[in-house]
Write a protein that binds this ligand. Structure first.
Ligand SMILES: *Cc1c(COP(=O)(O)O)cnc(C)c1O
Length: 366
């Protein structure tokens, strides 16, 4: 039994030399934050890489999503899914909005668009769908529904850095898309995030929210937050961006190996491969159904005996969080509940060796 620890993820990092080279000018200028040179450069490079018109950077993805919702000045109900990270639901609630939970599709783990319209009321103001694991939501249908009912669409795009749909950068859809550059994501700035959008008017408002609402030396126009990305974060991003394509290629090899071993096994369900989508292989989710003979929790425990750490992601559903005091009924989103009770994301990162992938699969299959 090997003692090497395999965690569910490992952050992508440049060499120490590359990072030191990148931060040298910061030591000369002593400009550490507040939209410095690195911040400006990263923003420009991300706009190019993600093929979006605008991106506004934040110190993390959550503040980016919070500020995106704030910028649209929404009131009332927001249709979203409970099969997500805490951030999505919290950002809605922190904006004084009421989340209304829609179920998800079994194959992609994203919002089931056939169930959105029945949830729309005269209070509904927006849809906040989540692109899950690198899978893309049913963008066209969401756009049709949003137009018909005059709703805003803000995507949680934390999982889809670099993903394209029909050759178009994923950040171009809806009114805004939030990306997370957290250490555990495909591309990281240690902590970090951004909001991508096409409408020129949003830039000023987003910048207000990330810097206390300050517009000039003697003017403060909004009750804003402090959510600026600092220069050391931006420098990490500039380095990581040089390698992200190679990292995604390595992830693809890992995903292919997992699929080779686990596809077609009785009781194991893998995420669908979507047409017209350039994927980023952010996660490798596996659903263990009854016919497998062992539960998800049993598989997780067995892997841990070998020092291998998978993650119940997403479990529990956000609608079942203690902080929401049973306000929501997760039995109304039965597919989300079913998936959440059976899913395990296996270790996935660029430097995971194929040998270790096989070791993980051997343990699962034996
Ligand atoms: C990571 C993540 C976020 C929040 O991002 P942070 O950068 O950690 O604040 C939001 N939504 C989803 C689905 C995520 O996975």
């Amino acid at each position: 039994m090997s003692k090497e620890k395999i965690l569910v993820t490992e952050s992508s990092m440049p060499s120490l030399e590359e990072y030191v080279e990148e931060i040298k000018p910061i030591f000369e200028s002593k400009w550490l934050t507040n939209m410095g040179e690195k911040h400006i450069k990263l923003q420009e490079e991300l706009e190019k890489y993600l093929k979006v018109k605008h991106i506004t950077l934040f110190t993390n993805g959550h503040m980016a999503l919070y500020s995106a919702l704030k910028t649209l000045d929404l009131k009332g109900e927001v249709i979203t899914t409970p099969y997500t990270f805490a951030s999505t639901t919290h950002a809605i609630v922190q904006n004084g909005l009421t989340p209304v939970f829609c179920d998800i599709e079994k194959d992609t783990f994203t919002i089931d668009t056939s169930k959105i319209e029945e949830l729309i009321t005269d209070k509904t103001c927006a849809i906040v769908p989540v692109h899950v694991y690198g899978n893309v939501c049913n963008i066209e249908e969401i756009e049709r529904i949003a137009k018909k009912h005059n709703l805003k669409v803000i995507y949680d795009a934390a999982h889809v850095f670099g993903v394209e749909y029909k050759g178009i950068g994923i950040g171009n859809f809806g009114d805004m898309s939030m990306f997370s550059f957290h250490a555990t994501k495909v591309f990281n700035t240690i902590e970090g995030g951004g909001v991508a959008y096409n409408c020129d008017d949003y830039t000023k408002k987003l910048n207000l929210h990330k810097n206390f609402g300050i517009t000039g030396p003697e003017t403060t126009e909004a009750v804003g937050m402090n959510a600026k990305m600092n220069e050391f974060q931006a420098a990490m991003g500039l380095c990581n961006l040089r390698h992200v394509d190679a990292e995604i290629e390595k992830r693809e090899k890992v995903a292919r190996e997992y699929r080779k071993r686990l596809e077609g096994i009785k009781g194991i369900k893998l995420s669908a491969i979507q047409k017209n989508v350039k994927h980023n292989y952010a996660y490798f989710p596996v659903v263990f159904e009854e016919e497998f003979g062992k539960t998800r929790d049993q598989v997780k425990e067995e892997l841990e005996k070998y020092n291998i750490y998978s993650r119940k992601y997403f479990y529990p559903l956000t609608s079942d969080f203690e902080c929401y005091n049973k306000q929501y009924d997760s039995s109304k989103t039965p597919i989300a509940k079913y998936m959440s009770d059976r899913v395990l994301t296996l270790p996935m990162y660029a430097d995971l060796s194929l040998e270790n992938v096989n070791k993980i699969c051997d343990i699962i299959l034996n």
